[in-house]
Design a protein around this ligand. Structure first.
Ligand code: GP9
Ligand code: MN
Length: 628
């Protein structure tokens, strides 16, 4: 026992500091967390503190020193356990633990075996703070007269802890706006919130979803099913099955809007290759096609494509409902003997893809680890699109045919930066650097798409493949309206803003001679029914909200995730009903029936996701199942 008497909070302070420093050391040594600037480093350093202050601080409510120490011991054992669990998990999966991973039974086999194999004796280090605490409890003598904290002292303590939490959240918001609403990436969450807060956040998100799921019943699906069946139309007689048996390559064109296509910027052509495609005899181009994404951006567009359901209004469905039952396009193609894959040169946990792709029945996810990034081949978010396509096509040559391979591009992503040698046109000259650079990255993306076509031809994959390309969401947000107005030569009203949500949709079927510009108004929700119809796959018993865009019976109506919509007659935005074409404001009553339908449809889709209702649906014959 040390002679000196220590102040009463010594053990608590020591426990906090020990776990805090240990956690930071573990961040730096056991995970590969990318740090781009000193602010990120500061946030990472600070991030464990707020939870530790709260959690360990609860010991202040206990009356005896003995109980306080016991509590601190259990608390530090618990935090160490959580951290260590993640370390072991990371050794195998290069990812952080999220609750669904623990509940997905098929993960258990993997988990158990790999965990046992990756525990080393040196791992004792991960419990160093518990050891320090035990020694402190044994050897440090506290001034016994004043062991109990007063209510005022506790108040001050917890106010200070809250201040640390808000400082942390404030810094994180500066560094990564909308982190909590959009979720993005587990690594980003851990980096900005700290491991412990991340787990609380994950617990909150997952249990919220779980509660809604628990209360849902099979009968909830009846009304939705009736709605879908009564609005159902037959696929196009002319186009159905024309691509049957071919490989399917779908390219997500990052942040690609329609406005640069067949347009110029200061006399320079922005998308020469895509412009050519709009006139190509084997390509159908849809200029009136809209994105319908919400906060989940790229992942929402993938969700629309695979499921023909609307994404969620709050948060990315890829994060909140990755454990749901879906009836994805990949699953349909898989059941017809297709091998299915997604290729994307980013970390696999981004948008929770690694988890969600299992639920979407995608056989193989070729993520960043499957690509080689040579010196000079990376910019902005990572591997440039040209080398990405080159390697993707090489991967395709190895795939079992017929295959469905989805490629997600990355270079044309905010903040739209490029190496000098990749700039093929000059920047624009508005007050928005973002818009100015956007034209250059779009030009690069166009060149990359051209190279994809060449690669496919050189590798003998072109003739027997269908190539579908779509813009995932806007690249230029409404924050740049002033600069957009300068480019467009007109004011960006809510009407124009809605029209700017158009993204390109291309369907290229080599040798088909079906090319042309199709003016049909549609959206990403229509991709699944349109594509599956081309591939000759029946979707008449599926629960989907989109239609085959080629169908002769189709009503032109596209609903945005935020409730705006466009029909052949009207555009509804910011509560104003406009006439489509003239952009004149008209009586809101004219939009009323569509407003109603848009809300109903969004709600039905939401109820399917929230209640995980497709588990009550027999995909084979379209019948409702009685329930668990
Ligand atoms: C990330 C990429 C970009 O992997 O898909 O996502 P975004 O920020 O566009 O949603
Ligand atoms: Mn995107």
């Amino acid at each position: 026992m040390l002679k000196k008497e220590w102040p009463k909070y010594s053990i608590l302070a020591l426990a906090i500091v020990a776990t805090w420093l240990k956690t930071y050391t573990v961040y730096k040594t056991s995970f590969s967390i990318t740090i781009d600037n000193p602010l990120q480093e500061l946030i990472l350093f600070l991030s464990p503190l707020s939870l530790l202050l709260f959690f360990y601080g609860l010991s202040l409510f206990l009356k005896s020193v003995k109980n306080q120490n016991r509590y601190l011991f259990i608390a530090s054992l618990l935090t160490s356990g959580i951290l260590y669990g993640n370390v072991v998990f990371y050794r195998f999966f290069t990812d952080f633990i999220t609750l669904p991973v623990l509940f997905q039974t098929d993960n258990f086999g993997d988990l158990g075996a790999s965990t046992a194999a990756s525990i080393y004796i040196t791992d004792v280090f991960y419990f160093i703070d518990v050891i320090v605490l035990l020694l402190a409890i044994k050897f440090i003598r506290i001034k016994t007269r004043e062991t109990i904290s007063s209510a005022v002292q506790r108040k001050v303590y917890f106010i200070l802890s809250a201040a640390v939490l808000f400082l942390n959240l404030g810094l994180a918001e500066t560094e990564r706006p909308q982190l909590l609403t959009r979720s993005f990436d587990r690594e980003m969450l851990v980096k900005n919130l700290g491991m412990y807060n991340y787990h609380l956040y994950d617990l909150f998100i997952q249990s919220r979803s779980q509660v809604q799921r628990t209360f849902a019943e099979s009968s909830d699906l009846v009304e939705v099913n009736n709605y879908i069946r009564s609005n159902q139309i037959a696929p196009s007689a002319e186009m159905s099955g024309i691509a049957e048996g071919k490989n399917l390559i779908i390219v997500a064109l990052e942040s690609m809007q329609s406005f640069p296509i067949n347009n110029e910027m200061n006399g320079q052509t922005i998308t020469p290759f895509l412009n050519e495609l709009t006139e190509d005899e084997d390509t159908i181009y849809f200029p009136n096609f809209y994105h319908q994404t919400g906060l989940g951006k790229t992942s929402d567009s993938e969700f629309l494509l695979e499921t023909s359901l609307y994404p969620r209004s709050g948060g990315a469905v890829f994060f909140t409902h990755s454990g749901n039952t879906f009836n994805s396009m990949a699953e349909k193609l898989g059941s017809k003997g297709y091998s299915t894959s997604v290729q994307h040169a980013n970390t696999k946990s981004f948008w929770n893809r690694d988890m969600m792709y299992d639920s979407l029945s995608i056989d193989e996810f070729l993520d960043l680890d499957s690509f080689t990034v040579e010196k000079g081949q990376a910019v902005n978010w990572g591997l440039k699109d040209i080398p990405f396509f080159e390697q993707s096509v090489a991967n395709m040559t190895e795939m079992q045919e017929p295959f469905y391979s989805r490629l997600i591009t990355l270079t044309n992503h905010y903040p739209f930066t490029l190496d000098e040698e990749d700039k093929m046109i000059d920047a624009f000259d508005s007050n928005s650097g973002t818009l100015n650079r956007y034209f250059q990255t779009v030009r690069y993306l166009d060149e990359a798409v051209k190279s994809l076509f060449e690669e496919l031809k050189e590798n003998g994959l072109y003739e027997n493949s269908v190539i579908v390309m779509y813009g995932d969401h806007y690249g230029i947000s409404e924050n740049h309206n002033e600069a957009m107005a300068q480019y467009m030569g007109k004011e960006i009203t809510p009407y124009e803003s809605a029209k700017l949500q158009r993204v390109p949709f291309f369907v290229h079927i080599p040798g088909s001679g079906k090319g042309g510009i199709n003016e049909e108004i549609g959206g990403q929700i229509d991709m699944r029914p349109t594509i599956l119809s081309l591939m000759g796959i029946d979707t008449s018993t599926d629960l989907q909200f989109g239609d085959d865009l080629f169908s002769e019976e189709r009503e032109e109506f596209v609903i945005f995730r935020d409730g705006r919509f466009v029909t052949d007659q009207y555009v509804f935005a910011e509560n104003i009903c406009y006439e489509n074409g003239t952009a004149e404001e008209v009586d809101k009553q004219l939009c009323a029936p569509y407003i109603e339908q848009a809300l109903t449809e969004l709600q039905y889709s939401e109820s399917i996701i929230a209640g995980d209702l497709l588990r009550f649906y027999d995909k084979e014959n379209g019948e409702l199942l009685p329930g668990d």
